[in-house]
Design a protein around this ligand. Structure first.
Ligand SMILES: [Mg+2]
Length: 225
Protein backbone atom coordinates (compact mmCIF):
# COMPACT_ATOMS: atom_id res chain seq x y z
CA UNK A 1 0.00 0.00 0.00
CA UNK A 2 1.28 3.48 -0.74
CA UNK A 3 2.39 5.66 2.14
CA UNK A 4 0.55 8.89 2.97
CA UNK A 5 2.49 11.56 4.81
CA UNK A 6 0.86 14.71 6.11
CA UNK A 7 2.12 18.08 7.21
CA UNK A 8 0.54 19.26 10.48
CA UNK A 9 -0.09 23.02 10.75
CA UNK A 10 -2.81 24.24 8.38
CA UNK A 11 -2.93 20.83 6.70
CA UNK A 12 -4.57 18.72 9.42
CA UNK A 13 -5.74 21.47 11.79
CA UNK A 14 -5.96 25.28 11.60
CA UNK A 15 -2.78 26.77 13.05
CA UNK A 16 -4.74 29.78 14.27
CA UNK A 17 -6.41 27.36 16.74
CA UNK A 18 -3.03 26.92 18.34
CA UNK A 19 -2.29 30.64 18.39
CA UNK A 20 -5.60 31.43 20.08
CA UNK A 21 -5.19 28.58 22.53
CA UNK A 22 -1.77 30.05 23.42
CA UNK A 23 -3.24 33.51 23.88
CA UNK A 24 -5.74 32.11 26.37
CA UNK A 25 -2.86 30.57 28.34
CA UNK A 26 -0.95 33.85 28.35
CA UNK A 27 -4.11 35.74 29.34
CA UNK A 28 -4.61 33.40 32.30
CA UNK A 29 -1.00 34.03 33.36
CA UNK A 30 -1.27 37.83 32.99
CA UNK A 31 -4.75 38.28 34.45
CA UNK A 32 -3.79 38.44 38.16
CA UNK A 33 -0.73 40.53 37.36
CA UNK A 34 -2.63 43.16 35.37
CA UNK A 35 -5.88 42.83 37.36
CA UNK A 36 -7.82 42.40 34.11
CA UNK A 37 -10.14 39.45 33.38
CA UNK A 38 -8.39 36.77 31.32
CA UNK A 39 -11.20 36.74 28.73
CA UNK A 40 -10.71 40.48 28.11
CA UNK A 41 -6.97 40.05 27.67
CA UNK A 42 -7.38 37.05 25.37
CA UNK A 43 -9.96 38.85 23.22
CA UNK A 44 -7.60 41.82 22.87
CA UNK A 45 -4.74 39.57 21.76
CA UNK A 46 -6.92 37.73 19.25
CA UNK A 47 -8.12 41.04 17.77
CA UNK A 48 -4.61 42.43 17.55
CA UNK A 49 -3.21 39.28 15.93
CA UNK A 50 -5.89 39.53 13.25
CA UNK A 51 -4.68 43.02 12.31
CA UNK A 52 -0.95 43.10 13.01
CA UNK A 53 0.10 39.45 13.21
CA UNK A 54 1.75 37.62 16.08
CA UNK A 55 5.00 39.53 16.38
CA UNK A 56 4.27 42.23 18.95
CA UNK A 57 1.16 40.91 20.69
CA UNK A 58 2.76 40.31 24.09
CA UNK A 59 4.78 43.54 24.01
CA UNK A 60 1.65 45.50 23.22
CA UNK A 61 -0.63 44.00 25.83
CA UNK A 62 2.00 44.69 28.51
CA UNK A 63 2.56 48.24 27.23
CA UNK A 64 -1.16 48.98 27.19
CA UNK A 65 -1.23 48.16 30.89
CA UNK A 66 1.97 49.97 31.74
CA UNK A 67 3.79 46.74 32.65
CA UNK A 68 6.21 46.18 29.77
CA UNK A 69 9.52 44.57 30.67
CA UNK A 70 11.79 42.23 28.81
CA UNK A 71 11.37 39.63 31.55
CA UNK A 72 7.56 39.73 31.34
CA UNK A 73 7.58 39.43 27.55
CA UNK A 74 9.83 36.38 27.94
CA UNK A 75 7.46 34.96 30.58
CA UNK A 76 4.52 35.41 28.18
CA UNK A 77 6.43 33.61 25.45
CA UNK A 78 7.17 30.75 27.84
CA UNK A 79 3.51 30.50 28.88
CA UNK A 80 2.58 30.43 25.20
CA UNK A 81 5.11 27.80 24.16
CA UNK A 82 4.66 25.58 27.20
CA UNK A 83 0.87 25.55 27.34
CA UNK A 84 -1.05 22.40 26.59
CA UNK A 85 -3.16 23.42 23.61
CA UNK A 86 -6.79 22.64 22.91
CA UNK A 87 -7.01 21.74 19.21
CA UNK A 88 -9.33 20.00 16.78
CA UNK A 89 -8.67 18.48 13.36
CA UNK A 90 -10.21 20.06 10.29
CA UNK A 91 -13.40 18.10 9.57
CA UNK A 92 -12.00 16.94 6.21
CA UNK A 93 -8.78 15.84 7.91
CA UNK A 94 -10.76 13.76 10.36
CA UNK A 95 -12.61 12.11 7.47
CA UNK A 96 -9.37 11.60 5.52
CA UNK A 97 -7.55 9.86 8.40
CA UNK A 98 -10.58 7.60 8.85
CA UNK A 99 -10.81 6.84 5.12
CA UNK A 100 -7.16 5.80 4.98
CA UNK A 101 -7.08 4.15 8.41
CA UNK A 102 -5.67 0.92 6.95
CA UNK A 103 -2.84 2.66 5.14
CA UNK A 104 0.58 3.54 6.51
CA UNK A 105 0.14 7.18 7.59
CA UNK A 106 2.81 9.55 8.88
CA UNK A 107 3.28 13.16 9.91
CA UNK A 108 6.24 15.37 9.07
CA UNK A 109 6.35 18.76 10.75
CA UNK A 110 8.92 21.47 11.38
CA UNK A 111 9.08 23.83 14.33
CA UNK A 112 10.02 23.81 18.02
CA UNK A 113 10.04 20.11 18.85
CA UNK A 114 8.31 20.37 22.23
CA UNK A 115 5.65 22.73 20.86
CA UNK A 116 5.02 20.42 17.90
CA UNK A 117 4.90 17.38 20.20
CA UNK A 118 2.25 19.08 22.35
CA UNK A 119 0.20 19.84 19.23
CA UNK A 120 0.40 16.20 18.12
CA UNK A 121 -0.60 15.06 21.63
CA UNK A 122 -3.56 17.46 21.65
CA UNK A 123 -5.00 16.09 18.40
CA UNK A 124 -6.70 12.70 17.97
CA UNK A 125 -3.72 11.19 16.13
CA UNK A 126 -2.55 8.45 18.51
CA UNK A 127 -2.99 5.05 16.89
CA UNK A 128 -3.85 6.69 13.56
CA UNK A 129 -0.40 7.65 12.31
CA UNK A 130 2.55 5.27 12.56
CA UNK A 131 4.87 8.05 13.62
CA UNK A 132 4.97 11.83 13.80
CA UNK A 133 8.37 12.96 12.56
CA UNK A 134 9.34 16.24 14.22
CA UNK A 135 12.23 17.31 12.00
CA UNK A 136 13.63 19.50 14.78
CA UNK A 137 14.55 16.33 16.71
CA UNK A 138 17.11 15.53 14.01
CA UNK A 139 18.66 19.00 14.06
CA UNK A 140 17.61 22.30 12.57
CA UNK A 141 19.29 21.44 9.29
CA UNK A 142 16.78 18.60 8.89
CA UNK A 143 13.82 20.97 8.60
CA UNK A 144 11.98 20.98 5.30
CA UNK A 145 12.96 21.19 2.51
CA UNK A 146 15.63 18.74 3.74
CA UNK A 147 14.43 15.23 2.74
CA UNK A 148 16.06 13.35 5.67
CA UNK A 149 12.96 12.22 7.58
CA UNK A 150 11.20 11.32 4.32
CA UNK A 151 14.07 8.98 3.61
CA UNK A 152 13.63 7.52 7.09
CA UNK A 153 9.99 6.81 6.22
CA UNK A 154 11.04 5.02 3.01
CA UNK A 155 13.49 2.89 4.96
CA UNK A 156 10.98 2.11 7.68
CA UNK A 157 8.30 1.08 5.17
CA UNK A 158 10.76 -0.46 2.71
CA UNK A 159 9.20 1.67 -0.01
CA UNK A 160 10.60 3.74 -2.83
CA UNK A 161 9.99 7.48 -2.90
CA UNK A 162 7.57 7.06 -5.82
CA UNK A 163 5.18 5.20 -3.48
CA UNK A 164 5.20 7.98 -0.88
CA UNK A 165 2.87 10.98 -1.07
CA UNK A 166 3.34 14.14 0.95
CA UNK A 167 0.41 16.46 1.56
CA UNK A 168 1.27 19.97 2.74
CA UNK A 169 0.27 23.62 2.48
CA UNK A 170 3.58 25.50 2.41
CA UNK A 171 4.71 25.83 -1.16
CA UNK A 172 7.91 27.55 -0.02
CA UNK A 173 9.38 24.46 1.61
CA UNK A 174 7.08 21.43 1.61
CA UNK A 175 7.77 20.02 -1.86
CA UNK A 176 10.95 21.47 -3.35
CA UNK A 177 13.35 19.20 -1.42
CA UNK A 178 11.58 15.89 -1.95
CA UNK A 179 10.31 16.21 -5.53
CA UNK A 180 13.74 15.63 -7.12
CA UNK A 181 13.95 12.35 -5.19
CA UNK A 182 10.70 11.10 -6.72
CA UNK A 183 8.28 11.66 -3.84
CA UNK A 184 4.74 12.54 -4.93
CA UNK A 185 3.37 15.82 -3.65
CA UNK A 186 -0.07 17.28 -3.03
CA UNK A 187 -0.69 20.88 -2.06
CA UNK A 188 -3.69 21.75 0.05
CA UNK A 189 -4.76 25.30 -0.71
CA UNK A 190 -5.46 26.78 2.72
CA UNK A 191 -3.71 28.83 5.37
CA UNK A 192 -1.20 31.61 4.88
CA UNK A 193 0.30 30.17 1.70
CA UNK A 194 -2.92 29.39 -0.16
CA UNK A 195 -2.55 32.35 -2.52
CA UNK A 196 1.17 32.08 -3.24
CA UNK A 197 2.15 31.17 -6.75
CA UNK A 198 5.24 29.02 -7.06
CA UNK A 199 7.68 28.06 -9.77
CA UNK A 200 7.68 24.50 -11.09
CA UNK A 201 10.37 23.36 -8.65
CA UNK A 202 8.36 24.48 -5.61
CA UNK A 203 4.87 23.60 -6.83
CA UNK A 204 3.29 20.25 -5.95
CA UNK A 205 2.25 17.61 -8.47
CA UNK A 206 -1.42 18.26 -7.62
CA UNK A 207 -3.39 20.93 -5.78
CA UNK A 208 -6.57 20.33 -3.80
CA UNK A 209 -8.92 22.56 -1.81
CA UNK A 210 -9.99 19.97 0.71
CA UNK A 211 -8.68 16.61 1.88
CA UNK A 212 -11.99 15.13 0.73
CA UNK A 213 -10.46 15.23 -2.76
CA UNK A 214 -7.80 12.79 -1.59
CA UNK A 215 -9.41 9.47 -2.48
CA UNK A 216 -7.95 6.08 -3.39
CA UNK A 217 -8.73 6.91 -7.05
CA UNK A 218 -6.92 10.24 -6.74
CA UNK A 219 -3.91 8.52 -5.20
CA UNK A 220 -3.86 5.80 -7.85
CA UNK A 221 -3.91 8.41 -10.62
CA UNK A 222 -1.15 10.39 -8.96
CA UNK A 223 1.08 7.33 -8.55
CA UNK A 224 0.47 6.32 -12.16
CA UNK A 225 1.33 9.77 -13.52
MG1 LIG B 1 1.83 23.63 7.22
Amino acid sequence: MPVLVFDLDDTLYPELNYVHSGFRAVAAFLSPLLAVPAETLAAGMVAEEAVLGRGQVFDNVLRQHGRWSKALVAACLRAYRQHRPTLALFADAERCLTRFAEWPLYLVTDGHKEVQARKVAALPLAGRVRHAYLTNRYGRHRAKPDPHVFELICRREDMGAAEVIYVGDNVRKDFVGIKPLGFRTVRILRGNYAHLTADAAHEADRSIHTLDELTTEFVAALLAS
